[in-house]
Design a binder for this molecule. Structure first.
Ligand SMILES: [Zn+2]
Length: 236
């Protein structure tokens, strides 16, 4: 009886709020949440956590001594991950962050090069972007990781000093310099001697993460690892 009532409640919920898969446009069946079964079976995992010197690690070689860098998924134009990330960032589907972190956590834990961090830090978004979006999409990833790894998550350790759009008119060197100077530490001792996991959504060239890691090391961080949700394969 109770399950019948719960099924009816679910059906009413579906009628009021038609639920679609975030990875495709299929309607979700009973028992499916966020993704349909087909999308769940075909998620493009990179499995980079189980490859020494994986392509994400190589992005940072010779630039910055990142302990371990990885990405959960491959990001393809018009692919499932692009659609999921679009819903997450632009369609007010903040809860997708928890879903992604739940997929990533056991993979990080199984990674032989992964050590539980003392602190999780997100790549900062400019406050105008957060205001427009209504939330920082990395917050639920960071919070979920912090609960699993029993450490703090901070979204204000790094501060973005200006909007990147102003950089586009400058030449290459000034753009590079601009990225280097774009991040500052909020509080001088916030990262000293800490093992840090730096998180971001999509990694393309790695320039942003490099600049953030640089800032963390300049603040005395003991170790920095990087975990991103998706990587654009041309750089991976
Ligand atoms: Zn689907």
């Amino acid at each position: 009886m109770l399950s019948a009532i719960s099924n009816i409640a679910n059906d009413i919920h579906s009628i009021l709020l038609p639920r679609g898969c975030f990875g495709c446009t299929a309607n979700l069946g009973k028992g499916e949440r966020s993704l349909c079964t087909v999308c769940r079976d075909q998620l493009p995992f990179t499995e980079y956590n189980f490859i020494d010197e994986n392509p994400i690690d190589r992005i940072f070689y010779g630039k910055i001594p990142v302990k371990k860098a990885s990405s959960l998924f491959f990001y393809h134009e018009n692919g499932r991950i692009q659609r999921i990330i679009h819903h997450w960032k632009y369609n007010k589907q903040e809860q997708i962050g928890s879903f992604l972190a739940a997929l990533y956590t056991p993979i990080l834990e199984a990674d032989p090069g992964f050590e539980k961090p003392d602190l999780i830090v997100s790549v900062p978004l400019h406050k105008n972007k957060i205001r427009k979006r209504g939330y920082n999409q990395l917050d639920l990833v960071g919070k979920s990781f912090s609960e699993n790894f029993h450490c703090r998550y901070e979204n204000k350790v790094l501060v973005k000093t200006q909007n990147t759009r102003t950089q586009t008119r400058k030449n290459r060197w000034w753009r590079w310099k601009g990225v280097q100077d774009l991040y500052q530490l909020n509080g001088s001792d916030s990262v000293r001697d800490k093992r840090i996991l730096l998180i971001d959504d999509v990694i393309t060239t790695g320039a942003t993460l490099e600049a953030c890691a640089q800032t963390l090391f300049a603040g005395g961080a003991k170790e920095v690892s990087i975990a991103t949700i998706a990587v654009v394969p041309s750089f991976g």
